[in-house]
Write a protein that binds this ligand. Structure first.
Ligand SMILES: Cc1ncc(COP(=O)(O)O)c(C=O)c1O
Length: 384
């Protein structure tokens, strides 16, 4: 039988990632490598700044194009997207638009949230919110727990799509439906899934979906986006706001809080322009390869990681069911930071998180990359 291959020209894409000449990046759940496109995008901004001094119209257009790329990735319109500097900031802006009163004050949060999101919800306790937790067991979450915790007192359900520890993927469509039935909002942090699989916010039925750019979207820190369902946006007035949230930011009218009719009411101050240049280029690459083609290849690599880890006696963290996880695969190790350093020194980039070492291939990684990473992990963790 022929070896499986992705349904795109992987060699051509690999040729656009200079880092591959010197090492194997398997740390895409943390920071994706630079590409010729993201580097050129950063240079375009620097060039524009250097030669024109100031070109706000073009710069704002670039921010708009970045919103468009994000919207394309999730099946939304650019007008449904707001821009932030981080997911923490997006979540905080959303929290500031919610009023917690006696009738609806509960926030249902999963333990698999990236801590920053959970922290934003915990901080709302001072504003009257009550947080209840959906437990993680054996590195996964049972969706039935949401059914029990979500009720008519729930204001919002916060469910991370992909678990940062081990790539476990929650059924956010089911969770959003449960929230909707109870009259609650649903918020999804898709930072660990976006770029690895197709996402359609309309099909999922979620109210809010946020993600940053430096992981599977091939971008950099300092920029994040949030989708806000268009038929609820008019009801939301975030107190974390600023002039870009106005219907006409350039009216320069200090005394009028004219809310934009679209998701840009969640925009606040001057957007992160150079980051938007890079983010647009990274997301455009992912849209060009196509999440529908990326997912089958990541399933191949994920299966290889699970089976190859087992063959080498490595201890998997979380599920071995590839229908419920991304390619991010975690193995329990004694000292994850020492393992990361040892692997880095020998040309493979994994990422350490607590008790696990994560191997997170992306669309450009090969089966050989996965095998090399597993061999090295087995070698550096073998008892002396
Ligand atoms: C799932 C998830 N959410 C959020 C974050 C961080 O968000 P922020 O942009 O606020 O740093 C990370 C990792 O950095 C993450 O893996």
């Amino acid at each position: 039988m022929n070896d499986p291959r992705p349904d795109y020209d992987i060699a051509a894409w690999r040729g656009r990632i200079p880092l591959l000449a010197s090492c194997i990046p398997m740390n895409n759940c943390s920071q994706a490598p630079q590409t010729d496109a993201t580097r050129a995008a950063a240079s375009r901004y620097l060039e524009s700044w250097n030669t024109s001094g100031m070109d706000w119209d073009t710069w704002m257009e670039e921010v708009g194009q970045a919103k468009t790329e994000f919207a394309t990735l999730i099946g939304a319109a650019a007008s449904d997207i707001a821009v932030f500097s981080s997911v923490s900031e997006a979540t905080s802006a959303l929290a500031s638009a919610l009023d917690f009163d006696r009738t609806r004050r509960n926030i249902v949060v999963s333990e698999m949230e990236f801590p920053t999101v959970a922290h934003v919800w915990l901080a709302q306790q001072r504003r009257g919110a009550r947080v209840s937790w959906v437990a993680v067991r054996d590195g996964t979450v049972d969706p039935a727990v949401y059914d029990k915790l979500v009720d008519e007192r729930t204001m919002l359900v916060s469910s991370c799509h992909g678990y940062f520890m081990n790539g476990f993927v929650q059924d956010v469509k089911r969770i959003a439906a449960r929230a909707r039935d109870a009259g609650a909002f649903s918020f999804v942090d898709a930072y660990q899934t976006l770029g690895t699989l197709p996402i359609d916010v309309r099909d999922l039925g979620v109210d809010f979906l946020a993600a940053g750019n430096l992981k599977f979207l091939m971008g950099i820190p300092g920029i994040a986006f949030m989708y806000i369902r268009p038929d609820i946006v008019g009801r939301l007035e975030p107190t974390v706001t600023g002039w870009f949230g106005r219907s006409d930011p350039f009216a320069f009218d200090s005394k009028t809080l004219d809310w934009s009719a679209t998701a840009s009411r969640f925009d606040a101050g001057t957007p992160p322009v150079i980051n938007a240049y890079v983010a647009r280029a990274g997301m455009s690459m992912i849209n060009a390869v196509g999440p529908t083609k990326i997912r089958p290849w990541l399933e191949v690599l994920g299966h290889r990681l699970i089976a190859g880890g087992r063959e080498r006696g490595l201890l998997l963290h979380g599920t071995d069911d590839m229908t419920r996880k991304t390619s991010t695969t975690a193995f329990l190790v004694h000292d994850s930071h020492a393992v990361e350093s040892a692997m880095r020194a020998r040309g493979v980039l994994p990422t350490a998180r607590g008790s696990v070492i994560r191997l997170a291939p992306h669309f450009y990684n090969t089966i050989e990359d996965v095998d090399r990473a597993l061999d090295l992990l087995a070698e550096v963790t073998r008892p002396a």
